[in-house]
Design a protein around this ligand. Structure first.
Ligand SMILES: *Cc1c(COP(=O)(O)O)cnc(C)c1O
Length: 395
């Protein structure tokens, strides 16, 4: 096997060399506890403060201390949603609005809250994979505590009108959270311009280390403690800081933002070329809107075959891809995202997600376009489902 193409960057990305170099000293010589008063504690405290200030500036938060470090996207989502739910409950507000195609870190948190007496409304995302602002307007109630809608979807890459949605929530004096895990580092994110109250991000989705991320909490919002203990993260999220992780996050984000214009122009070209070419295949479709879409996301369905078999065949040729999110592959249920945009079960089964990053080249795209069509032909030639589709067509 000669070629290797990693095309599953929505699941995780490779740690960048720059982030790794920045982290190294904090894995070796700088080991002090930031809460200690002596010299080596001050070194690591300074590193955490610098990282916080850098990230705040890159995301245009108004103050560094609006950024709180956590263990990743799932933790940030849990904290934002359960915290806002608790704030709401104190005022008798126990209704939360979200969408049908959120990440499980959001959907399962909402299911948990539902069991504890909250009412949840999930907005439709329609065939184009987009929430309609007027439907949010209609769903808001006097007892709504929170609106939580993801910035960019992790399976189909569609980008929501977050600024508009947040403004609608605010007209009704309701808090707005966005899971921006797929957006931060990938597309421009300007927190003050978006006007959101809470925003989650995760380092390993933009070439930072795994197990670290952050929650932006707008100044003035008093989110309840997530972890009780020491005074770290202003007493709200106790535990000695993941210093190398935090330093690596800031470096990776800086690099991603610096490379963004050049990278996204390149990735959009790769994405569009792949979609255009693969659409020539009989009974293929692109899932989700083509323009309001992450630069590196391709998600398509090919009728009459199983996504899992497609992935195995691609793997044999050195191409690592996905049929849905890492959390659903391994189960036989089709993706909740593809069902949410209205695909029937049997079509949703034949889905393929290719997600590209800084590491991918146009040659990767050419290689995929060379090997994929014959694989699809072969799988279809063995598929009873495809047989049925074709013969019912001839009638
Ligand atoms: C990856 C991802 C998460 C989870 O982030 P972790 O850091 O892996 O916990 C949450 N939301 C979205 C949209 C994601 O893509």
């Amino acid at each position: 096997m000669s070629k290797f193409v990693y095309a599953d960057n929505a699941a995780t990305t490779k740690l960048s060399a720059r982030a790794f170099e920045a982290m190294k000293p904090y894995l070796t010589e700088y080991y002090g506890n930031p809460s200690s008063l002596y010299h080596i504690g001050a070194q690591t405290r300074q590193a955490v403060d610098n990282a916080r200030a850098e990230i705040a500036a890159l995301l245009n938060a108004s103050k560094p201390n609006e950024i709180f470090f956590v263990s990743g996207g799932s933790e940030a989502d849990n904290w934002a949603i359960k915290g806002a739910a608790e704030i709401g409950a104190r005022k008798g507000k126990k209704h939360i609005i979200s969408s049908k195609f959120e990440h499980h870190a959001v959907l399962h948190t909402l299911e948990y809250l539902e069991k504890h007496g909250y009412e949840i409304t999930l907005l439709d995302v329609h065939e184009d994979g987009l929430v309609r602002p007027e439907e949010l307007e209609n769903a808001l109630r006097d007892d709504t505590a929170l609106v939580t809608i993801m910035y960019a979807n992790n399976e189909i890459g569609t980008i929501q009108p977050i600024k508009e949605l947040a403004a609608i929530a605010h007209q009704h004096k309701v808090l707005f959270h966005t899971d921006a895990v797929q957006a931060v580092g990938s597309i421009p994110v300007d927190i003050q311009d978006l006007g959101v109250d809470l925003l989650s991000f995760s380092s390993h989705k933009f070439h930072g280390p795994k197990g670290v991320g952050g929650l932006y909490i707008r100044k003035g919002i008093r989110l309840p403690n997530l972890i009780h203990g020491g005074a770290q993260e202003r007493g709200l999220r106790a535990g000695t800081e993941n210093i190398p992780g935090i330093v690596g996050t800031a470096e990776a984000l800086k690099e991603s933002v610096e490379n963004m214009p050049e990278r996204n122009a390149r990735l959009e070209k790769i994405r569009d070329k792949i979609m255009d070419q693969l659409l020539k295949i009989d009974r293929s479709r692109v899932n989700g809107d083509r323009t309001h879409r992450l630069p590196g996301n391709v998600n398509m369905c090919f009728h009459g075959l199983e996504g899992e078999s497609l992935l195995l065949m691609l793997d044999l040729k050195g191409v690592e891809a996905s049929s849905g999110s890492a959390c659903t592959s391994g189960s036989l249920d089709p993706s909740h995202v593809l069902l949410a945009i209205g695909l029937p079960h049997e079509v949703a089964h034949g889905s393929l997600r290719l997600s590209f990053s800084d590491e991918n080249t146009e040659e990767d795209a050419d290689y995929i376009l060379e090997i994929l069509p014959p694989i699809i032909d072969r799988l279809r030639s063995m598929s009873p489902l495809w047989e049925k589709i074709i013969s019912s067509d001839k009638k």
